[in-house]
Design a protein around this ligand. Structure first.
Ligand SMILES: [Zn+2]
Length: 159
């Protein structure tokens, strides 16, 4: 279940995704929260400069490995505007982070991008569960997924 406090963090992810888009990046944003719900770190997509691995979930996994104990990582939750890609799901699992809550799923993103005529990504859009079966995952949240969809439409249609 996604409660009101968690919805607030998911909304922040969508806001970060919007910031990324407005700065010329792809619209993805993520927040790392500790076991007590405190925001520990946040990031957004930064691939525009050419490094296509600069996804926010990957950055947060590395931040967590550097700054949190194993126990703190296991208690933490990553909130994100779009479900982790396989690279980020693997990083999340390798550093032993806890639950993931996403606003929109990879399956939704694939369908939206296909509709917009965007070429297929070079990485298969496996769901988190297929990559990291031990991670507890929740999402999508329909109301926020629609907002994320609008951001992708803006990126690819400019509208
Ligand atoms: Zn990723």
């Amino acid at each position: 279940m996604v409660d009101a406090g968690e919805m607030r963090l998911l909304r922040r992810c969508v806001e970060l995704a919007r910031e990324a888009l407005e700065d010329g990046d792809e619209p993805f944003g993520s927040v790392l929260a500790g076991g007590d719900g405190t925001v520990l770190a946040e990031d957004r997509n930064r691939v525009a400069a050419g490094d296509r691995t600069r996804h926010p979930e990957f950055a947060l996994a590395r931040w967590a490995a550097e700054h949190l104990s194993a126990r703190e990582r296991a208690a933490a939750t990553v909130f994100t505007s779009g479900e982790h890609c396989p690279m980020c799901a693997a990083a999340h699992a390798w550093v032993g982070l806890g639950r993931i809550v996403y606003a929109s799923s990879s399956a939704q993103l694939v369908a939206w991008l296909a509709e917009l005529g965007v070429p297929e990504a070079p990485v298969r859009p496996l769901p988190i569960r297929a990559v990291a079966p031990g991670v507890v995952v929740e999402g999508p949240v329909p109301e926020l997924a629609e907002q994320v969809r609008a951001l992708h439409r803006r990126l690819h249609r400019g509208a």
